[in-house]
Design a protein around this ligand. Structure first.
Ligand SMILES: [Zn+2]
Length: 237
């Protein structure tokens, strides 16, 4: 490959590499995934809150069971220890039984209330668990798709980098230095080729005098207008 042809090929690869690197960095799938992961964290924290509420209700219900069993035991004890021939004793028993009956009513009321809340939490948990399971598979599928897309781009970058290295390494030190400097100065668009008498990037037609100078030049020179590297004759590739 002539130096001019190599430089044009090098520039094409560098521009493609820059595009691929920018595309990889700005993949919308990556931002979308980050958003989904945040939503997933929120779902998981909702599930944890429901779980804690459920544990509390289960504790309340088992405390009620214990209170109920204590109250029933108190009733049995009170009945057993009362001397029914004694008027005061009977009166105290009635008061005690009435107190315990109210307590049992309160326990039954609370139990119904907590049981209702527990059922509500059950159905919320079932809905949320189902939603989280579907969300997880969606995130996994999206992650795979994003990885596949990223890996396609990464493979192009790897192949481009290897090709670039082989072309760049074969250049003379002078050509390397000229390309590096022009590439930096012109933001990647370092090289132009001559089409007829018009350079391909700045598109400023060369004068007769410049054209006759170029006839005696090497295969690359500097564009008199934009100062990019100008490839005069490009080989068929
Ligand atoms: Zn030019």
């Amino acid at each position: 490959m002539s130096t001019g042809t190599s430089l044009l090929a090098l520039q094409d690869i560098d521009l493609a590499l820059a595009r691929d690197r920018a595309e990889l960095a700005a993949m919308p799938e990556i931002a979308e995934l980050a958003k989904k992961r945040r939503a997933y964290q929120k779902l998981k924290s909702d599930a944890t809150k429901l779980y804690a509420q459920r544990k509390d209700l289960e504790t309340y219900l088992s405390e009620l069971d214990q209170a109920e069993s204590d109250a029933n035991e108190d009733i049995a004890i009170a009945q057993r220890h009362t001397d029914t021939s004694d008027y005061r004793g009977v009166q105290q028993l009635e008061q005690e039984l009435s107190r315990l009956a109210k307590l049992l009513d309160k326990i039954a009321y609370d139990r119904a209330e907590y049981t209702k809340q527990l059922e509500e939490i059950d159905s919320k948990q079932a809905y949320l668990d189902d939603y989280i399971t579907k969300f997880e598979s969606a995130v996994i599928a999206d992650t795979k798709a994003a990885r596949a897309k990223a890996s396609d781009i990464q493979q192009r970058i790897d192949a481009g980098s290897a090709k670039r290295a082989s072309i760049y390494d074969a250049l003379s030190d002078d050509a390397k230095a000229r390309y590096d400097a022009a590439s930096q100065r012109f933001n990647g668009l370092a090289v132009e080729r001559l089409v007829g008498n018009v350079p391909s990037v700045c598109r400023t037609a060369l004068q007769e005098s410049s054209m006759s100078d170029l006839a005696h030049a090497a295969d690359i020179c500097e564009c008199p207008y934009c100062h990019r590297i100008l490839v005069i004759e490009q080989e068929e590739s």
